[in-house]
Design a binder for this molecule. Sequence first.
Ligand SMILES: [Fe+2]
Length: 174
Amino acid sequence: MNRPDAYALLCEYVSDISLRRHCLSVEAAMRAYAQKLGHDEETWGVVGLLHDFDYERWSEPADDPLRGSEILRAKGYPEDVITCILSHADYLSDRYPRRTVMEKRLYACDEITGLVTATAILRPTGIGDLTAASVKKKMKAKGFAKGVNRDDVVRGRPTSGSNWTTTSSSSSTR
Ligand SMILES: [Fe+2]
């Protein structure tokens, strides 16, 4: 397992640029968390990069991310990577509950990256000097980035150090 192979796999299965960008943003967030928490950055990065790689072909809950897990297993990806990706699907929580730090952080990164990206795009300086306060402010703006499911963001947040609240619900993004 390595990053170039994982990226090639992502590009093989995902042609939609928005979905690729989403996966890249989750990879970046996972790498940052791995650095911060002292975990293996390459493993966490690959998890972020591949967490939705099967979604374009199999977007139904009965398939995604189970189809992808079969592909990853056939390619020899580690079980902790596969289980982590499976655990980010709420509908699989009975079979793959989020137990590890990596699993919990993947869920946290999945939805929040959409809000971070949407906030950064509006700024002349982009993401470089974007603050958490700016993202939190946008979190409360009902009309902003409607595709970002605020409930998922709140559900995925770390259990300490956050006072985020939700003010609306919307359909989940990938
Ligand atoms: Fe996702």
